[in-house]
Design a binder for this molecule. Sequence first.
Ligand code: ZN
Length: 133
Amino acid sequence: MNKIEHIGIAVKNIEESGRLYEKLLNTSVYKTEEVSGEAVFTAFLQSGPNKIELLEATSEDSAIKKFIETRGEGLHHIAFDVDDIEAEMQRLKAEGFILLNEKPKIGADNKLVCFVHPKSTSGVLIELCQERK
Ligand code: ZN
């Protein structure tokens, strides 16, 4: 695995939280994108080499909606950049980690993604992401 690609934060209102993080990081949201497969609306901010992804649910059955209902707003996942997502998924599966999807999915920011269940990672949802070529 490579560097942390971004940190995902679940929010109730992406416009309000977007403004808040713009003030916090003294920068602007540089991209917003709806990921219909995940039922989320995303906004990205950059701080130095680091990216923050804000996520708001777009439907009642969105995982973000459920997350906020049980845990409240806050840190949702940590995403790591990988060169070969399929190979990394196989490696993690062989190591006993629980993958939340069998095949890479299309995520935000032109990435292929796969999530690793927090039950198998000491409580933190991990996202693998590979730039789509
Ligand atoms: Zn993410």
